[in-house]
Design a protein around this ligand. Structure first.
Ligand code: ZN
Length: 496
C-alpha cells in the first residue's frame, strides 16, 4: 500500500473499494475461516452475545446492543474497529474521507476532474474510522448531521441546498467508518428522524433544505432495554431500520466474573511490595455484585455494573497496601476486612429502591458485603467443624482487631484461639505460609463466622450482634483502652 501514492497508482493496483459493512463482513469471514479469536478481552459472551453479533455483521446489519450498565457494550462496539481494513485510501483533506475512486463531495469530484491520475492519495487508519457519541437530549441536528452556512453560500454564489454550503457534523465526518451512538433513547426525536433519513434515503433536511449525503456507515447503538422498549422513546421507522437487537448480560458465573475483574482491575502494581490476592477475597468482591443484582432493595432497571467489583478490588488492594506500608511489611495480602474499607467504590455503583433508600447506601453496602462473605465462607467451609473456635468466644474470649493490625499482631492475638490456626489451611494458607497470608486467612474465618452469625462483631461500624440472647450472657470484661485499636475512620471492632 505504501507504494500507492496517486490516484493513478491506485487505479493500476486494481484496488476495489467496498461499502464499510461489506468490508467488515469480509474481514470477519476471513477471521472465522482462520479460527482467530473474535473480540479479545470479552469474557463470558461466547455462547450468547458473540454468535448474535457475528450473525448481525454477516448480515450487514446496523444493530443495537441492549443491556444494563457495565455489560461491556461500549467495549464490544470499539472491538468492531478490529474488523476494518488496516487502512483505506482517501482523498487527502476531504472532511468526509471521500473514496478517491468514488468521491461524494463536489469539491473532491472537481479535484479529480482537474488533477486526474496525478491526484495524491491519503491513507486512513482503522482507529481513525471509529467514532463514538454519547446521546444526550441537547444533541442537535447541527452536531450530528451538520449545518448550512449561509455566508459560505453567499460568498460562493451557491444555492443553500448545495452540499458545498454545509458545515459537516459528526455523522458525515464518520463517513466510511463505524459510528456508535450510546444511549440512543436519549436522542431527541428530531435527531432520530435525521438518522433514519440518512439510513433510508441518504439525504437529510437541514433548516428545510434537503441536502443529499449518500454516506457509507455502519451504525451501531446501545441502550438500556427498558428505555428502548418504552413507548415513544424511539421513533418506529428508526427502530425498523435497526437490523438486529442483541441483548447483553452480566457474567453468568462467579468464575467468569472473576476473570473479567482480574483482567480489568489494576492490581499488578509495580513497586517494592509484592501482592498476593487470596482466592476468597476475589470471590467475595465478585459475590457482592451478584448479591446486589439480586437484592430487591437495589434498582434492577439500572443494574449493577461490573465496574463495582473492578474498582472494589482496586481499593481492597490499596487498603492492604496502606497497612503493609504502615507496618513495614513487604508482602501485601488483602483481607476480608479490607473489603469493608472499600465502601467508597460500592455505594455509588447502584441505585436504590425506596426500601433501600430508607436503609441508606452505606448500610446496604455493608449488608451486601456481609452476605457475600457468608456465601463464600459457607461454600469453602462446608462440612468443616468450626465449633472449637466458636466455643472460645462463647467462653468469653474477645479479640480486638482492626484493618490496620499488622500480620504479626493478628497472629499473636489469635494464637490462643483453639482450632483457628488449623482452619487457615482450608482457606489456602498452608503451614509455613507467610505471616500476611496467615493473618488474612484468620481474618477470613473470623469474618465468615461473623457473617454466619456464629460470633458477633461489636458495634460502632454498625454491625449488629447476632447472639442468641446477648443480654443473658455473662457480661464480658471490656477490653481496656490501650488494647483498642482504632479503625482508619476512627472506628474499632471486636470479635466476641
Ligand atoms: Zn470529498
Amino acid at each position: 500500500m505504501a507504494a500507492i501514492q496517486t490516484l493513478g497508482d491506485l487505479r493500476q493496483s486494481g484496488y476495489r473499494s467496498r461499502p464499510v459493512k461489506q468490508e467488515i463482513r469480509d474481514n470477519l469471514v476471513r477471521k472465522l475461516q482462520a479460527g482467530e479469536a473474535l473480540f479479545p478481552g470479552i469474557i463470558g459472551y461466547d455462547e450468547t452475545v458473540i454468535p448474535q453479533l457475528v450473525n448481525a455483521v454477516l448480515s450487514r446489519h446496523n444493530f443495537i446492543l441492549l443491556g444494563l450498565r457495565g455489560q461491556a457494550k461500549s467495549r464490544i462496539l470499539r472491538g468492531l474497529a478490529d474488523l476494518l481494513d488496516d487502512q483505506i485510501p482517501v482523498v487527502p483533506g476531504c472532511e468526509i474521507h471521500d473514496d478517491p475512486l468514488a468521491p461524494l463531495c463536489a469539491s473532491c469530484r472537481s479535484r479529480i476532474a482537474t488533477e486526474g491520475d496525478t491526484l495524491p492519495i491519503g491513507w486512513l487508519r482503522r482507529d481513525e474510522r471509529y467514532v463514538e457519541k454519547l446521546a444526550t437530549p441537547d444533541v442537535t441536528i447541527a452536531d450530528m448531521v451538520g449545518d448550512i452556512d449561509p455566508i459560505k453560500a453567499a460568498q460562493a454564489g451557491l444555492n443553500l441546498s448545495d452540499e458545498l454550503t454545509m458545515h459537516y457534523g459528526l455523522l458525515p465526518r464518520a463517513n466510511r467508518g463505524i459510528f456508535a451512538i450510546n444511549e440512543l433513547p436519549d436522542l431527541a426525536g428530531k435527531i432520530q428522524v435525521g438518522l433514519f433519513n440518512i439510513l433510508q434515503e441518504g439525504d437529510v433536511q437541514i433548516k428545510g433544505y434537503p441536502v443529499r449525503l449518500r454516506l457509507d456507515l455502519l451504525l451501531v447503538f446501545t441502550a438500556n432495554p427498558e428505555d428502548y422498549t418504552a413507548r415513544g422513546k424511539i421513533i418506529t421507522p428508526l427502530k425498523d431500520r435497526i437490523g438486529s437487537e442483541i441483548r447483553t448480560h452480566y457474567p453468568a458465573t462467579r468464575g467468569n466474573a472473576m476473570a473479567i475483574t482480574k483482567q480489568e482491575a489494576w492490581t499488578d502494581r509495580a513497586g517494592a511490595l509484592k501482592t498476593e490476592i487470596p482466592a476468597y477475597v476475589r470471590e467475595v468482591v465478585e459475590e457482592i455484585a451478584f448479591q446486589a443484582r439480586s437484592d430487591r432493595k437495589v434498582d434492577k432497571r439500572s443494574g449493577v455494573s461490573q465496574r463495582l467489583p473492578i474498582s472494589t478490588l482496586e481499593l481492597v488492594v490499596s487498603n492492604a497496601e496502606r497497612r503493609a506500608l504502615a507496618n513495614g511489611e513487604a508482602l501485601v495480602v488483602p483481607r476480608i476486612t479490607d473489603v469493608y474499607a472499600a465502601l467508597p467504590s460500592i455505594t455509588g455503583k447502584f441505585e436504590l429502591e425506596y426500601e433501600g433508600e430508607l436503609r441508606g447506601a452505606e448500610q446496604i453496602a455493608r449488608d451486601l458485603i456481609r452476605s457475600a462473605v457468608g456465601s463464600v465462607f459457607s461454600g469453602m467451609f462446608e462440612g468443616v467443624d468450626t465449633r472449637t473456635v466458636i466455643e472460645w468466644f462463647d467462653l468469653g474470649g474477645s479479640l480486638p482487631l482492626s484493618d490496620s493490625s499488622s500480620a504479626d499482631e493478628v497472629i499473636t492475638r489469635t494464637h490462643g484461639v483453639q482450632g483457628l490456626r488449623e482452619l487457615t489451611a482450608r482457606a489456602g494458607a498452608a503451614p509455613g505460609a507467610a505471616a500476611p497470608a496467615v493473618a488474612s486467612a484468620v481474618d477470613f474465618i473470623l469474618e465468615g463466622l461473623y457473617a454466619q452469625k456464629k460470633i458477633s462483631r461489636s458495634e460502632e461500624r454498625g454491625y449488629s450482634a447476632a447472639d442468641v440472647a446477648p443480654r443473658q450472657r455473662p457480661r464480658r470484661e471490656e477490653p481496656s483502652l490501650d488494647e483498642e485499636i482504632r479503625m482508619p475512620a476512627g472506628k474499632k471492632k471486636y470479635y466476641n
